[in-house]
Design a protein around this ligand. Structure first.
Ligand SMILES: [Zn+2]
Length: 346
C-alpha cells in the first residue's frame, strides 16, 4: 500500500516539475546522495537475488540516468569534505559497492570508466584470501538453480532430511539447515566449500564450471590492485563480513580487514560500511577508536551536514526499484518520502 502511494506521489512529482525544482534547489545542493550497490550479474544472479544484483543493462541505465540528471559523481572522501565546507556541487552523488565481488573488476569498472565516475569499494577480505565461492551465497544460488528438485540431503547433514526446493520457503529452510550445521560445527571456509561441493554433487550442479565463471566470488588481490586508482578507493567492510558482539571482536575484524587491504595496496583505509547494514549505537565509538572517519548504513536517506558521518544513510539500489523512483532519489525528491529501514541479506 505504502509502495503504491509512494509510486503515485513520485509520478506526480515528476510530471508536475517538482523533481526539477527540488533537484535545482539549495536544499538538494547542500545534500549528498550515496548510492549502494552489491553486484552486477555475470550471468543470471539478478534473477536469483534482485536485491543484491542488477543486470548489466539495468546498471548501465542507472549510470545513464545519473548523467541525464546532471548529477556530479564525487569520490567519497572529497564529497564528505565538500559537504563539511558547504561547497558541494549541484546534485552530488557518491557510488559505493559492497563486498568487492569479481564482477566489479569484470563489468562495473569498465562502465564506470566509460562515464568517468569515481567509486568506493568496501572490500571484505576472508573469502578473498581463500579465493573460493562465498558461502552461504553460493548455497543459496545453487539451491535456486535447481529449484525444481526434491533431494535427499541426509548424507550432507548426517541426518534423515529432504530438501524440497520447489518453493522459496522450501529453499529457505534448506539453506538454514545447511547454515545451522556449518555454524554449530564452527566450520572453516574450506570446510564450508567442501559442503558446497557435496551439495553440488547431490544437485547435479557443475561446481567446477560455476567456480571458473567466478560467480559469487570476490576479487583476487591482483584484481584489487588493478581496480584501485585515484578514482576507485578500496575501503573497510570487516574481514569475515560479520558484526562481532563485543568491542574486542569488532576491532579485531576491522584491524584484520585493514591489514589485508594495506598488504595489497599499501593504503590505510579509513572509510567503512556496516556488513549487512547492521549497526548499533556502541559501534560508532568503536569505529572512532579504530580511526574510521565515515561509515555507511543501508538505511535509506540523503546526507546533510547534520548527519553523523559514522551513520551515513544510502539508497540501496535494487532490481525492483523503478526508473522513476531512482530518478526521484537523484533529484532529492525520494528522500522526502517515508521509508522503511532495510537490512541486507548477504
Ligand atoms: Zn556486504
Amino acid at each position: 500500500m505504502l509502495k503504491s502511494i509512494k509510486g503515485a506521489v513520485v509520478t506526480a512529482g515528476k510530471s508536475s516539475g517538482a523533481f526539477r525544482l527540488i533537484a535545482d534547489s539549495g536544499w538538494r545542493q547542500s545534500r549528498l546522495l550515496i548510492l549502494g550497490y552489491h553486484g552486477v550479474s555475470l550471468e543470471d544472479e539478478h534473477e536469483w537475488d534482485g536485491a543484491l544484483y542488477l543486470s548489466p543493462a539495468k546498471f548501465r541505465s542507472r549510470m545513464e540516468a545519473i548523467k541525464r540528471h546532471r548529477c556530479t559523481v564525487l569520490p567519497l572522501q572529497e564529497a564528505l569534505e565538500l559537504l563539511r565546507l558547504r561547497q558541494l556541487p549541484p546534485r552530488a552523488v557518491v557510488l559505493t559497492f559492497d563486498d568487492g565481488t569479481y564482477d566489479f573488476y569484470k563489468t562495473v569498472c569498465p562502465i564506470l570508466n566509460e562515464y568517468g565516475y569515481p567509486a568506493t569499494v568496501y572490500l571484505t577480505t576472508y573469502w578473498m584470501t581463500l579465493q573460493l565461492p562465498v558461502v552461504p551465497g553460493t548455497w543459496s544460488y545453487m539451491l535456486w538453480k535447481k529449484r525444481n528438485s526434491v533431494i535427499d540431503a541426509s548424507s550432507l547433514l548426517d541426518q534423515a532430511v529432504t530438501f524440497d526446493l520447489r518453493t522459496p520457503a522450501g529453499r529457505s529452510v534448506a539453506l538454514q539447515q545447511m547454515r545451522d550445521r556449518a555454524d554449530s560445527q564452527n566450520l572453516t571456509g574450506e570446510q564450508r566449500d567442501a559442503m558446497s561441493r557435496q551439495l553440488a554433487d547431490l544437485l547435479g550442479f557443475d561446481y567446477q564450471e560455476f567456480r571458473s565463471k567466478r560467480i559469487i566470488q570476490l576479487l583476487r588481490p591482483d584484481e584489487v590492485k588493478a581496480v584501485a586508482s585515484s578514482s576507485i578507493s578500496v575501503e573497510l567492510h570487516t574481514h569475515h563480513h560479520c558484526t562481532a558482539k563485543d568491542r574486542e571482536g569488532y576491532l579485531r575484524e576491522l584491524q584484520e580487514n585493514r591489514r589485508q587491504i594495506n598488504a595489497i595496496l599499501g593504503s590505510n583505509p579509513i572509510h567503512f560500511c556496516y556488513p549487512s547494514g547492521n549497526h548499533k549505537p556502541e559501534h560508532v565509538s568503536w569505529l572512532r577508536e579504530a580511526g574510521v572517519v565515515s561509515a555507511t548504513t543501508c538505511d535509506p536517506g540523503i546526507v546533510s551536514r547534520s548527519t553523523n558521518p559514522l551513520l551515513l544513510p544510502r539508497l540501496i539500489d535494487t532490481s525492483s526499484l523503478s526508473d522513476i523512483a531512482f530518478e526521484g532519489w537523484l533529484a532529492g525528491f525520494g528522500a522526502l518520502l517515508p521509508h522503511r529501514a532495510r537490512r541486507r541479506h548477504e
